[in-house]
Design a protein around this ligand. Structure first.
Ligand code: SER
Length: 597
C-alpha cells in the first residue's frame, strides 16, 4: 500500500462513518506561543476540543503535516522522523471510548480496509493514577473485539496532551503492530523491551483541560482525538522494519545516492547519514514550502530550520568530502508531494533559493569552525577525563557561529564529551547581557503577548498598504512577529524606492490615527473572497473561515483578510509605525522589518 492509498482509505473510511473531511493546516501554528510547529493533527483543533463549535460538525477527519523535534536525537533510527503526516479523526462531544475503539479496530483489521491480522496487533491503556481510574473500559472494548495483548501503562506512556504546557488532555489507548516474527516470550506485550512493537495509532480520550496553574479542569464535553502516523503505518503494512525502506523514502534516498555516487545499505555509518539527510531535507522542504514559511535564523522555528539544514549539510560531507547539494533532494520532495500539498510546487523557487543560501552560509561557518576546533584539539586531548570545557564550546559558537550540536559531534568523534552545563551557563549569561544592553527587553510574557497582537494587526495594515502602493501582485510569503518588531516577506521583484516606502508608511500611520475598529466575522471561504478578503495563495482553509476587517464597517473598510487572529480591537493604540529595513529575501521576494513606537 502506498501513502497516497492509505490517506485516501483513511479519509473514506471516516467519511463513511459520518465524519466531515476538513483541511489540514499550516506547519507553522499562528498565534500559539506554546509550540514552534504543528506537532499533531489535533493541534489546530484545540479551540474546538476546548468547547468551541466547529462549523463542520462534531465528527471530523483530516490529514495533517507535522513536525516534531523533541525526538530529533532519535532521528536516524528506523522510525523517528522530524516531519511526518498524521491521519486523524475527532469526536467533539459525539462518540467516546467504545465507538472510537470499534472504529479503529474495524479500520485496522477489516479486509475492506487495512486487513491487518488481529494477532499482529497489541494495545496499551492507562493504568490509572490519583482520581483517574485504570482504563478498564477501553481494555474491555478491546478484549471484546478479540485483542488479547493489552498492556496497562502509566501516565508517562498513556496520557496525552498537546506539546505545550496547557490544553486539552486525557488518557489514551495506543495501537501497536508487531514487526518481528515471533514474540520474544509469553509476556511480550506492547512496550516490551524487545523493541519490536511499532506504535501506529493513538486514540486520546480528552476529558480535561490542563490550565496555566497546572491543574486539570474537566472539559464541558468529552472529545476523542486520534492520530495515525502515515510513514510508520506504511512501513508495517508493507512488511518493512524501517520507514526508509518504504516507497515514501525511495525517491529521496535515490537522489542522495546519485548525489554522492554510492548506495544505501552498504555501510552502516553512511546509511545513518543518508537517513539524517533524507529526514532533514524533507522537513526543511516542507517548512520552506509552507504558506507561512519561516527562513533560517537564530531564533524559534527559524533556528530549528537552520539546524535541520546545517545538520544535513554536515552529514553530506560524510558521504562525499566536498559535501552534497541539498536542493536537488528537496526538489524530489517537492515533486513527490505536490499532488497532496500543492503549496510545495507553488513555493518551489523559494524552497530551493533559501536552501542554497543557507548551505553557502554554513559552508563558510563550518570551514572556520572546524579549523578552530582542530587547532584546539591537541590541548583538548590532554584532558584525561575527555571533557571539553563548555566555555571553549561557547567561544566557538560566539566567535565563529559554530553550533553547539556540531561541537558535540566533533568532540564525540574524538571520544570526548562537551560540558553542556557550562556551555548553557555561558550561553544564558550572554543572552541576559545582550538583552540588558539592547535595553529593549521590558516586561514579562504578558507584555510580549500584547505587543505581538499589535504587530499582528500592523501586519495586516502593512500588507494592504503594500498592495495599494505596489499592486495586487504583492502576496504574503512569510510573516514573523516578536514583541520587538514585525517582519513581512512578500512577492515583489524590485527594491522599493524611498518614495514607495514613505507612501506605505504614511498609509499605515493614517489608518492607525483614524483609530479604526477591527471586526471579526465567520463565513465560507467563497463568501470571504467575494467580499474582498485577502486569502493567502496556496493556503488551505476550512469551509468556514474567520475574516478580520479593519475599517469603518465590514463593508466600508481599509483591510480585510482571512486569518486566525487575534487582533487589537481598535488601531489607535498601535503607536507610530516605522519601516526600518526593506531588502531582498530571495528571488522575487522582498522583506520588510518594521517597528511600532
Ligand atoms: N494527539 C495524539 C497524538 O499526537 C492523537 O492525535 O498522538
Amino acid at each position: 500500500m502506498t501513502a497516497d492509498e492509505l490517506r485516501t482509505k483513511y479519509i473514506n473510511f471516516f467519511v463513511s462513518k459520518g465524519h466531515a473531511q476538513i483541511q489540514g493546516k499550516s506547519l507553522l501554528p499562528e498565534n500559539d506561543p506554546t509550540v514552534l510547529f504543528t506537532t499533531a493533527g489535533m493541534h489546530p483543533l484545540v479551540p474546538y476540543l476546548l468547547g468551541q463549535e466547529h462549523p463542520a460538525g462534531s465528527r471530523l477527519t483530516d490529514y495533517q503535516k507535522c513536525i516534531r523535534t523533541g525526538d530529533i536525537d532519535c532521528v536516524g533510527d528506523s522510525s523517528h522522523l522530524t516531519f511526518f503526516e498524521m491521519l486523524g479523526n475527532w469526536s467533539l462531544g459525539d462518540y467516546f471510548k467504545e465507538e472510537a475503539i470499534q472504529m479503529s479496530f474495524e479500520f485496522l483489521t477489516s479486509p475492506q480496509w487495512l486487513n491487518i491480522p488481529v494477532e499482529k496487533l497489541g494495545v496499551t491503556v492507562f493504568e490509572g493514577e490519583g482520581e483517574v481510574a485504570r482504563d478498564e473500559e477501553s481494555a474491555g472494548v478491546w478484549k471484546k473485539l478479540g485483542i488479547s495483548r493489552i498492556a496497562y501503562l502509566p501516565r508517562e506512556d498513556n496520557w496525552w496532551g498537546p506539546a505545550g504546557t496547557t490544553g486539552p488532555c486525557g488518557p489514551d489507548t495506543e495501537m501497536f503492530y508487531y514487526v518481528g516474527d515471533e514474540l520474544c516470550g509469553p509476556d511480550c506485550k506492547p512496550g516490551c523491551s524487545c523493541g519490536k512493537w511499532m506504535e501506529i495509532w493513538n486514540d486520546v480520550f480528552m476529558q480535561y483541560n490542563k490550565n496555566a496553574a497546572g491543574s486539570y479542569e474537566p472539559l464541558s464535553r468529552k472529545c476523542v482525538d486520534t492520530g495515525m502516523g502515515i510513514e510508520r503505518t506504511i512501513t508495517v503494512l508493507n512488511g518493512k522494519s524501517s520507514v526508509y525502506q518504504t516507497e515514501i523514502f525511495t525517491p529521496v534516498i535515490n537522489s542522495i545516492e546519485s548525489a554522492f555516487g554510492g548506495k544505501y545499505g552498504q555501510d552502516s555509518e553512511k546509511d545513518f547519514s543518508i537517513r539524517i539527510i533524507a529526514d532533514h531535507v524533507r522537513s526543511a522542504a516542507f517548512i520552506l514550502g509552507d504558506p507561512k514559511a519561516v527562513t533560517p535564523s537564530n531564533v524559534g522555528a527559524g533556528y530549528v530550520l537552520r539546524r535541520l539544514i546545517r545538520r544535513a549539510v554536515r552529514h553530506g560531507r560524510k558521504l562525499a568530502p566536498e559535501g552534497i547539494k541539498l536542493s536537488p533532494i528537496a526538489d524530489v520532495v517537492v515533486k513527490q508531494y505536490s499532488g497532496t500539498y500543492p503549496e510545495l510546487e507553488q513555493n518551489r523557487a523559494f524552497i530551493i533559493g533559501e536552501l542554497e543560501k543557507e548551505e553557502a552560509k554554513f559552508m563558510e561557518t563550518l570551514q572556520k569552525g572546524e579549523h578552530e576546533f582542530e587547532k584546539l584539539l591537541p590541548n583538548l586531548l590532554k584532558d584525561p577525563r575527555k571533557i571539553m570545557s563548555g566555555r571553549l564550546a561557547f567561544k566557538l559558537y560566539d566567535t565563529y557561529g559554530f553550533p553547539i550540536e556540531l561541537t558535540e559531534e566533533l568532540a564525540a568523534e574524538q571520544g570526548m564529551k562537551v560540558n553542556k552545563e557550562e556551555f548553557d551557563e555561558a550561553f544564558q549569561k550572554h543572552q541576559e547581557l545582550s538583552r540588558s544592553q539592547g535595553g529593549s527587553f521590558k516586561g514579562g510574557l504578558g507584555d510580549q503577548g500584547e505587543m505581538a497582537v499589535k504587530y499582528h494587526t500592523a501586519t495586516h495594515l502593512l500588507h494592504k498598504a503594500l498592495r495599494t502602493v505596489l499592486g495586487e501582485h504583492v502576496a504574503q510569503k512569510g510573516s514573523n512577529i516578536t514583541a520587538e518588531r514585525l517582519r513581512f516577506d512578500f512577492a515583489h521583484d524590485a527594491p522599493m524606492t524611498a518614495q514607495q516606502i514613505k507612501e506605505v508608511t504614511d498609509i499605515v500611520n493614517a489608518q492607525i490615527e483614524k483609530d479604526l475598529p477591527v471586526f471579526m466575522e465567520t463565513m465560507s471561504l467563497d463568501e470571504a473572497k467575494a467580499s474582498g478578503a485577502i486569502a493567502l495563495f496556496g493556503e488551505k482553509y476550512e469551509s468556514v473561515v474567520k475574516v478580520f476587517t479593519i475599517g469603518n464597517s465590514t463593508t466600508d473598510f481599509f483591510s480585510k483578510e482571512v486569518c486566525g487572529g487575534p487582533h487589537v480591537e481598535k488601531t489607535g493604540g498601535l503607536g507610530k509605525f516605522t519601516i526600518q529595513k526593506e531588502q531582498s529575501s530571495s528571488a522575487g521576494v522582498r522583506r520588510i522589518r518594521a517597528v511600532l513606537n
